[in-house]
Design a protein around this ligand. Structure first.
Ligand code: 44T
Length: 910
């Protein structure tokens, strides 16, 4: 009971305040009660509003929640209040909540009141938010969804679960950078939060792209930039602007070289914040002014006081211009740099004139044959899993220089030629495609308006013309050059311009007509024609209309065209990973065999009363998939398998995009599959997030197809949850495809992987302390690897790491230990892994096979483990949801000569 002597004199104002408190508290308790009622009736939107009101009126409720006490609902509240020693004061009022110290007192009787239903306020608020957000999401009310999260984060700014969930929504909607920022924040708030960790690892690449590590580990490149900057500063360039500073390294070089004024700009928020940390750690926070801006938005004197005498930049990508260096430099010459030395006074002082490092570049190219590029950009298989693919016409990848392709296309992709599976063959000698002087504004401006330049290349080797590969030399100054060529030992990839024309075989003596242009600030190289025996065969005059997300009318006419065969054939665009999937005949053929076996077995075991029921097949693959159609065809008249009755299969596909559906329809028609036997599942379910449902009331699925492994080499998120649901929706004798996945791994030593994962060594980078800051973004799991070409030494045989049985209950959390025998002495830096996908007990495919459209992945160890041949390494593998983590230790006491039997692999259920 408050002390009477210290109690303030009861004034009228005080009494009014008390009355207001009482009213407010009444409102708070009613809002909470209403929120609760709405929750029970699943009216999440209204429940959310009530919570917001209560939490805004009584912010102390949040503290209450934060000290991890339980929140009570209205009924419970009364019970608690009655238990309180000074109940006369608190009864029917909530004002004691304004004093958190009272909460401690309240807790004891509160806990005693165990008959009440308690729920953590924060938890029930989160629950409401998440359910409401899911509803808003399925209603397409995206702005409202984000508003709700913003309100929630204002109330609970350090709630990692809310922050992480907001990230998941952002990610699903394609705001990857922002999503990544949220996962990072959630992880900072709770470093052992597994969901945030899994999410962060999946997107860290967008926050700090992996090439930052490669570039900082590329000593040759660092040193050359340092030399060129030092020389320019020593020659008199006293004010420097580092455009696209990244970690701040080039700006720091300029400062170290003695530049009086150094400025830097960076457009990525994460990189800007990182650079600020790096500058502080190197004592340069006050001497280098850094702004979070794109250089094109910089103004004088707001962002820098005067024009500078030197711009340093490495805003170049594998295709040279892809990071916008042309635009950047045109703007810099016009607005940020001092004028160039005039031709009349070439000896004018460098501090009064402007210059750029790099001073210029030379671009080279070569025509190549490469099967790996071909199978990602061109349909190579004529039939897969019994389906004739010709009905679908031409398929294009979104990487294209063709004239009439859409905005969704990019002119090139990037690859490290030396790491392409199966290698490549040069069909011409390398040629010079372009020379550009970055110190010449007229030349920069003229580049985009300049006429298309035509080159004639002599074919020196017969082969299939699959791509033009491009690299460049960056002339930092007259003495220092960097090359991104395929033969060089650098961190650079090459730009790949795939050729998708059907006429693509070349013979010695042919000439290839290449057009070089610069449109939308991209360098474009296009194979226009092949000249043979004096005849010119143009490449792009056969380009049909390419359909992507086209209006329905166009798609309809595509279908009509098929019927009448009068229209110009159309072509479809698929992602390059989807093209590679379609080219994976081994996978589709195995699926066809496994599916056929299931159908035969179901047919023979069905009771007579269900004999005429269709066999329901659901394909929930993400992206484009023809598996449902393969199933439908097995149950159709035209099927070669006569053990299966026609019309038996009712297949559902989950493909969402209009042009994907059109492709499936075309393929169905072309393969004699009755249109009604293949339907699009998403038009049957109300809510996209509830894809796994019964086919119809009282019916169950005979087969559910899950695409468990992502192209990047990781297990698809939520795969285990999906499998659990799928099991509940299967009829007796039904099957999930695949039924089992076995994860295989191998000990490897690879410096390349290390260079891509963190700044290596203890030596400062060019004398600067950068590594500890950027290495916070190190991610242990590397994806999109091609193990067949990765520079690495295999230190063991491949072993089974663990197995996931999708047909039997598998807990979502798997812990295993596996002992691996070292067969080559070395330094274990990573555990590479891939999957054997068992469609059924007989049919399986490996994600490490030659035709695989899947890539492999690896867990890089925090500390390399030095091992000798004959020793044993114990791997501890954890699978949390779908993310894998592996640690390795040497098995002590077992020397090279000890004989031990390899531990029998445990099953994932044990
Ligand atoms: N990747 C190379 C491209 N920026 C390098 O935000 C080579 C890729 C690569 N900031 C494998 C190997 C390699 N104003 O942080 C970035 C970017 C920023 C700007 C301000 C501007 N106008 C720009 C333009 C870009 O500059 C930084 C560097 S861009 C370098 C790209 C190792 N895969």
């Amino acid at each position: 009971m408050p002390n009477a002597t210290t109690r303030p004199k009861r004034t009228r104002r005080h009494r009014r305040a008390q009355r207001e408190d009482a009213v407010r508290n009444e409102l708070v308790s009613r809002s909470l009660e209403s929120a609760q009622q709405c929750l029970f009736s699943q009216d999440y939107g209204t429940a959310f509003v009530h919570y917001l009101l209560a939490l805004n009126l009584a912010p102390a409720l949040k503290d209450f929640a934060n000290v991890s006490l339980f929140f009570f609902f209205f009924q419970c509240f009364l019970d608690v209040v009655i238990c309180l020693p000074d109940q006369s004061v608190y009864c029917n009022s909530l004002w004691w909540l304004n004093d958190v110290s009272k909460v401690e007192k309240a807790s004891e009787p509160y806990c005693k009141a165990s008959k009440c239903v308690f729920l953590c306020l924060q938890e029930s608020f989160r629950f409401t938010l998440f359910r409401w957000a899911d509803e808003l999401d399925s209603l397409g009310r995206i702005q409202d969804l984000f508003n709700c999260y913003e309100q929630a984060m204002e109330l609970f700014p350090v709630d990692e679960v809310i922050v992480n969930s907001m990230g998941e929504h952002l990610f699903r909607m394609g705001f990857r950078d922002e999503a990544a920022g949220h996962f990072y924040k959630a992880l900072k708030l709770r470093p052992d939060f597994p969901e945030a960790k899994e999410n962060f690892y999946r997107v860290a690449n967008w926050l700090v792209e992996r090439w930052h590590f490669l570039m900082l580990n590329d000593h040759g490149r660092n040193h050359k930039y340092q030399l060129a900057i030092k020389k320019a500063v020593e020659e008199g360039c006293s004010s420097v602007l580092d455009i696209g500073t990244g970690t701040g390294i080039l700006g720091m070089c300029a400062k170290m070289a003695g530049a009086a004024e150094v400025y830097a700009c960076e457009l990525s928020k994460t990189m800007y914040e990182l650079a600020c940390e790096v500058l502080s750690a190197n004592g340069m926070a006050d001497s280098i002014k850094i702004v979070h801006l794109k250089s094109l938005d910089m103004k004088i004197p707001k962002d820098i006081p005067n024009r500078v005498s030197l711009v340093v930049t490495e805003t170049v990508d594998a295709g040279l211009f892809g990071e916008g260096i042309i635009e950047t430099l045109i703007h810099a010459w016009k607005h940020l740099l001092l004028p160039p030395p005039s031709t009349h006074q070439p000896l004018s002082s460098p501090s009064q004139t402007g210059r750029v490092i790099p001073a210029g570049a030379t671009v080279f190219g070569v025509a190549v044959q490469c099967r790996e590029i071909r199978r990602h950009h061109r349909l190579c298989a004529s039939s897969v899993g019994g389906l004739d693919l010709s009905a679908v016409g031409q398929i294009y990848s979104p990487v294209s220089c063709l004239a009439d392709t859409e905005d969704s296309t990019e002119p090139y992709t990037t690859e490290r030629l030396s790491r392409l599976r199966g290698g490549y063959i040069q069909l011409t000698h390398p040629f010079t495609a372009l020379d550009i002087d970055f110190n010449n504004l007229q030349e920069l401006e003229g580049l985009c308006s300049r006429e298309v330049m035509q080159l004639r290349l002599c074919v020196t080797q017969e082969g299939v013309l699959d791509a033009l590969a491009v690299w460049f030399q960056l002339h930092l100054d007259q003495d220092n050059h960097l090359s991104t060529g395929p033969q060089e030992d650098t961190c650079w990839e090459q730009a790949i311009y795939p050729i998708q024309s059907p006429f693509n075989t070349v013979k010695c003596g042919d000439e290839i007509l290449v057009e070089v242009s610069c449109k939308d600030s991209y360098l474009r190289l296009c194979c226009a024609a092949i000249i043979r025996d004096g005849h010119t065969f143009h490449m792009d005059n056969v380009t049909p209309k390419i359909l992507t997300a086209s209006p329905e009318a166009e798609l309809c006419s595509a279908l009509a065209g098929l019927q009448t065969s009068q229209e110009k054939p159309c072509a479809f665009m698929l992602e390059s990973a989807e093209i590679a999937l379609l080219n994976n005949t081994a996978y589709h053929n195995s699926f066809q065999r496994a599916m056929s076996k299931l159908l035969v077995s179901l047919k023979s075991t069905r009771r007579s009363d269900t004999e005429l029921d269709p066999i329901y097949v659901l394909d929930v693959s993400e992206g484009f998939s023809v598996l449902s159609l393969i199933a439908a065809q097995l149950g159709s008249d035209s099927s070669e398998d006569k053990q299966i009755s026609p019309g038996l299969v009712q297949a559902y596909s989950s493909v969402e995009k209009e042009h994907h559906q059109t492709m499936l329809r075309l393929l169905a028609k072309g393969n004699g599959v009755l249109e009604s036997t293949l339907e699009f599942w998403l038009s049957h379910v109300e809510d996209d997030s509830a894809v796994l449902q019964r086919p119809a009331t009282e019916k169950l699925w005979s087969a559910i197809i899950l695409d468990c492994i992502e192209t990047c080499g990781l297990i698809r998120q939520k795969m285990l949850e999906k499998a659990t649901l799928a099991r509940c929706l299967l009829e007796d004798g039904g099957q999930i495809f695949p039924e089992r996945i076995v994860i295989h791994g191998m000990l490897v030593e690879s410096d390349t992987l290390l260079r891509e994962s963190a700044v290596q060594g203890t030596e400062p980078t060019l004398g600067f302390n950068i590594a500890p800051f950027i290495n916070q973004f190190t991610v242990p799991v590397h994806v999109f690897l091609d193990l067949s070409t990765l520079e690495c030494t295999h230190l063991s045989e491949a072993v089974e790491l663990f197995a996931l049985d999708l047909m039997n209950s598998t807990s979502n959390y798997t812990d295993r230990e596996v002992k691996v025998r070292v067969n080559t002495s070395g330094k274990v830096t990573a555990i590479a892994f891939w999957y054997q996908i068992h469609l059924d007990s007989e049919q399986s495919v490996s994600t490490f096979s030659e035709d695989s459209h899947w890539k492999q992945a690896a867990v890089v160890l925090q500390q390399p483990l030095t091992v000798s041949r004959g020793e044993w390494v114990k791997l501890s593998i954890q699978l949390h949801k779908s993310s894998i983590s592996i640690t390795a230790v040497k098995e002590e006491g077992l020397g090279a000569d000890d004989v031990i039997r390899e531990a029998e692999p445990m099953t994932s259920d044990s």
